[in-house]
Design a protein around this ligand. Structure first.
Ligand SMILES: [Mg+2]
Length: 164
């Protein structure tokens, strides 16, 4: 039951996911959450470190796609600046956005992971779609809207169970 809320891997920030590390895990494609993963909540651009990391993965031959619950225009602008495909209004934790991104990239389930900051969106959607998930620490979660901050309470509880 708790499996659905259990990430396969956990790191602090996305740029800790080096190409070598991802290759060791047998990953060839990453689906990237936007808010609090690549940038602060609701910003128009990725952090410089995240942009440099994306470039490094691209050079190393990884397939990448943004998968965000954010609205179409903002996420599409974000994706265009990064020159990445995207699925906006993905409705995570439902798995449809992830399935769509997998089809767009023609990526294998077994070689793809979702990278995001929320158990009840990114990790759960990954589990439901049958791919691996990598949980990152949220970037400035205090800037999120109240309905997202509410989810942080049970999220911290579930993560503390695993650390105990
Ligand atoms: Mg997020």
């Amino acid at each position: 039951m708790l499996r659905i809320f259990t990430p396969h891997y956990r790191v602090g920030r996305v740029w800790e996911l080096t190409p070598e590390r991802l290759q060791q895990w047998g990953l060839r494609a990453l689906l990237l959450d936007v808010d609090c993963t690549l940038t602060r909540y609701s910003q128009g651009e990725a952090l410089p470190e995240a942009t440099a990391w994306i470039e490094q993965l691209r050079i190393s031959g990884f397939q990448l796609c943004l998968v965000s619950n954010g609205m179409g225009a903002r996420i599409r602008g974000f994706a265009e600046r990064l020159e990445l495909p995207c699925v906006a209004k993905a409705m995570k934790p439902l798995p449809w956005g992830i399935r769509r991104a997998l089809r767009m990239l023609k990526a294998e389930h077994s070689q793809t992971a979702i990278v995001g900051d929320q158990l009840f969106a990114d990790v759960m959607a990954g589990r439901l779609a049958g791919i691996r998930s990598i949980l990152v620490e949220p970037i400035h979660p205090e800037e999120e809207p109240w309905y997202t901050r509410m989810k942080r309470i049970p999220e911290r509880f579930l993560l503390s169970l695993r650390e105990a």
